[in-house]
Design a binder for this molecule. Structure first.
Ligand code: PEP
Ligand code: MG
Length: 754
């Protein structure tokens, strides 16, 4: 076969013809048929076929020029079956001179494809997902040249957008082909931040509208792309020269951006796409789709990180093309941000007052986005697979951070029910607001100190808003997790100073870095561990890498100069570990003293009780500590040998069970006997029913997520400590695995508000 006429003319005129077909009206099937015949003619191919993916995963022949027309809607290939399946699976073109000899070839007599030897298949990609396959075939055995492959990819992009937008194939014909979102849907994911939100979708990675795919004037478009690239590069250079911190990407990431932005391959792919007739926006989208599909198969976390950088760069370029400077994007007042995942600074770039909720396709409880969302109290659900393909910009959505669900385009009755739930929450919030300055005292006069857990500067406003009496757990690793390079001494000191300033004399307990386990930092070299929750995490890492811990202690001492400093160590498992950690504090104090640096006015060093081993060594540990804090999240995970991050087992055991309650009672008793101040800082301290039990067991310091303070205070104000103690003590002897029901009856009987 001669080289395709397309390469000579460029796919531009072809794209134009396709556009005309699209605009021409008529039945969808007819338009699809016309499209394949136009493509076949332009590519000088004897066959052109379009397969689309059904919800079942099967690839169905939707239109063909050259194969037997009776096979249309009949020939279906299972996922991964045949050459079509191979293209879909790999999401890359397949170019074969003699298709029938390929090991994946699957013979379908009904199609009549026997005489055709050469085969070129390219994926129809949308949002990095293969939604179908576009194929050309010829009788003669030949390899299609690179230009032809690229042309077909450009055509595939236009076809994919048109199919997905419902312009080429009507909604009715799509049946269960899930491309054009329109129906209400409910997706279930992973709860990342509590709360309810209602609003309109803003896609973090906005797709290009199909009507903006084709350029009218190629030369002008080339100029436009060049200008945008230049503007973006100079913006990156400016950022590299200027300030960078939590509010912007780090130097290293910017360097990576610059590297990509100056990458000849990336630039050339964009220019080629524009030269073929696409708009600059469509060119960005096309190149991005290819990258996504390629990187999606990479398991290497480093490569996946790079994909994130590339995505970000593509978004930046699209924003420049749209004439937007960051922060200027038109955003609805009730936006729900939808993204695959978010990098350290992404969420903070959106205006807080407009941001109602966050939905992510990926994400985990320890991911940047989740940590920042919790700190900002933005309801967030993650791990919603297929999310972005099911939503369009502006779609109404409900974010249910209580049940970890997302309702896409909800029906009116759902909206109504949800609105009622939101109103109840708002009413309760207002009620808690009124209690903010009331001390938490039980009916019989027991005073309970309510503290909050925090980890980022944005948490600090909650101190006043909730009336918390201090910070009982400041998770210092959050600063490390939301940053994309190791925070230096100055950055650490600055944050701790800010926290102490904001606390204005209220006590703050800083917990030293609790890294390892599920909290891994991409920039910190660590060995791969088979079982990270039982691995070198928390204080173990601190003791093995004392430089890191000492640097942090130095920052803490410097920040506290002249004030009280409270430091505690996470996951202490032996008394010796606590001693070793204490010695490092001493070494750092000595270091500061020798240099004449001011020291804290008062230094208190404590241990977290999270490893069950300590339960039988409290007599040795407590006298060495200034205070202890019980990390029930970990303590209970280790007591029951059930991974707190694994949904299959995380809720299998009830903290309101005799073993857990006896352990807590033993800690409280030992602390009281030695006069050691003790608090509980796991999540359960923030749940009224569980907090009721803690108060009953005699705990008088509880530290919890800010949202727990109001409900727990209301519970305490309605509770008689002595009656609670009697009721709960009786249950400690129970032989059941859970005494939750009994505790529920008890609070009902005692009229406690939980
Ligand atoms: C705990 O384990 O209960 C705790 C408070 O620490 P973290 O949740 O940060 O592990
Ligand atoms: Mg812990």
């Amino acid at each position: 076969m001669m080289k395709g006429g397309l390469a000579a003319r460029g796919p531009r005129s072809l794209l134009r013809q396709i556009r005309e077909v699209m605009a021409g009206g008529g039945p969808a099937q007819q338009r699809l048929d016309q499209t394949v015949s136009i493509i076949a003619r332009s590519m000088v191919a004897e066959v052109c076929s379009i397969y689309l993916r059904r919800a079942s995963g099967e690839m169905e022949l939707f239109a063909t020029e050259g194969l037997n027309p009776d096979a249309v809607h009949k020939t279906r290939l299972r996922s991964g079956e045949g050459l079509v399946g191979e293209v879909a699976r790999s999401a890359t073109p397949l170019n074969l001179p003699d298709a029938p000899t390929h090991p994946s070839f699957s013979y379908r007599p009904e199609t009549g494809e026997d005489p055709f030897h050469s085969f070129l298949g390219v994926p129809l990609l949308r949002g990095g997902r293969t939604i179908g396959v576009l194929i050309v075939q010829n009788r003669a055995a030949r390899v299609y040249d690179q230009d032809e492959v690229e042309d077909l990819e450009t055509i595939a992009m236009v076809v994919a957008e048109m199919v997905a937008s419902g312009e080429l194939v009507g909604i009715a014909e799509l049946k269960d082909v899930e491309l054009a979102p329109h129906r209400p849907e409910r997706l279930r994911g992973l709860k990342l931040a509590d709360g309810l939100a209602m609003g309109r979708v803003v896609l973090h990675e906005a797709p290009v509208a199909p009507e903006r795919l084709l350029a009218d004037d190629i030369v002008a478009e080339e100029g436009r792309l060049k200008q945008a690239l230049a503007a973006m590069r100079s913006h990156i250079d400016e950022m590299l020269e200027g300030q960078h911190g939590l509010a912007g990407p780090s130097y290293e990431v910017l360097e990576t951006y610059r590297m990509f932005a100056e990458d000849r391959g990336w630039n050339r792919s964009l220019e080629d796409a524009v030269r073929s007739g696409l708009t600059s926006e469509a060119a960005v989208e096309r190149v991005r789709n290819e990258h996504r599909a390629r990187f999606a198969q990479a398991r290497d976390p480093y490569l996946r990180e790079r994909l994130h950088d590339l995505e970000d760069l593509a978004n930046r370029l699209l924003r420049v093309l749209a004439g937007e400077t960051p922060g200027q994007r038109e955003l609805p007042d009730d936006m729900v941000l939808v993204a695959r995942n978010l990098g350290p600074a992404d969420l903070l770039e959106y205006p807080r007052e407009k941001l109602r909720g966050l939905l992510l396709e990926e994400g985990s409880a320890a991911s940047h986005a989740a940590i920042v969302a919790r700190a900002l109290q933005i309801p967030c659900v993650g791990r919603l697979s297929g999310l972005r393909d099911r939503l369009s910009q502006g779609d109404p959505v409900l974010v249910d951070g209580e049940t970890a669900e997302a309702y896409l385009r909800p029906r009116a009755d759902m909206v109504e029910a949800f609105t009622a739930r939101m109103a109840v929450r708002a009413q309760r919030r207002a009620e808690f607001e009124r209690l903010k300055d009331t001390p938490a005292v039980t009916h019989d006069g027991s005073r309970v100190t309510l503290l909050m857990n925090a980890g980022l500067a944005v948490d600090l406003e909650n101190l006043d808003a909730t009336g918390a009496e201090g910070i009982g757990l400041f998770r210092t690793e959050f600063q490390f997790m939301v940053s994309d390079e190791l925070p230096r001494l100055n950055a650490q000191t600055a944050l701790y100073e800010k926290v102490l300033d904001a606390a204005g004399g209220k006590p703050v307990t800083f917990r030293t870095l609790d890294l390892g386990g599920d909290k891994v930092l991409p920039y910190l070299e660590t060995e791969r561990e088979e079982n990270p929750a039982l691995g070198r995490r928390a204080v173990r890492m601190g003791l093995d890498r004392p430089a890191l811990l000492r640097l942090q202690l130095r920052a803490l001492l410097a920040a506290a100069h002249g004030r009280e400093l409270r430091v505690m160590f996470p996951l202490v498992a032996t008394v010796d570990e606590f001693r070793a950690a204490q010695e490092l504090v001493e070494v750092e104090c000595e270091w500061a003293r020798r240099r004449g640096r001011p020291l804290p006015a008062l230094l208190r060093v404590g241990a977290m009780i999270e490893a069950p081993s300590l339960l039988w060594h409290l007599d040795a540990l407590l006298p060495l500590t200034d205070f202890v804090s019980v990390g029930t999240n970990d303590l209970i995970q280790y007591m029951f040998a059930a991974d707190r991050t694994n949904p299959l087992v995380s809720d299998r055991y009830d903290p309101l069970s005799p073993p857990a309650l006896r352990a807590l009672a033993a800690i409280q008793k030992a602390a009281a006997e030695t006069g050691t101040p003790v608090s509980v800082c796991g999540e359960l301290a923030g749940r009224p029913l569980e907090a009721f039990v803690l108060v009953a067991l005699g705990f008088t310091r509880l530290s919890m997520p800010p949202a727990g303070i109001g409900p727990v205070k209301r519970m305490i104000l309605s509770c008689d400590r002595e009656a609670a103690r009697r009721g709960v003590t009786n249950l400690l002897a129970s032989s059941s695995g859970s005494v939750r029901t009994e505790i529920e009856s008890l609070v009902r009987k005692l009229n406690v508000a939980v």
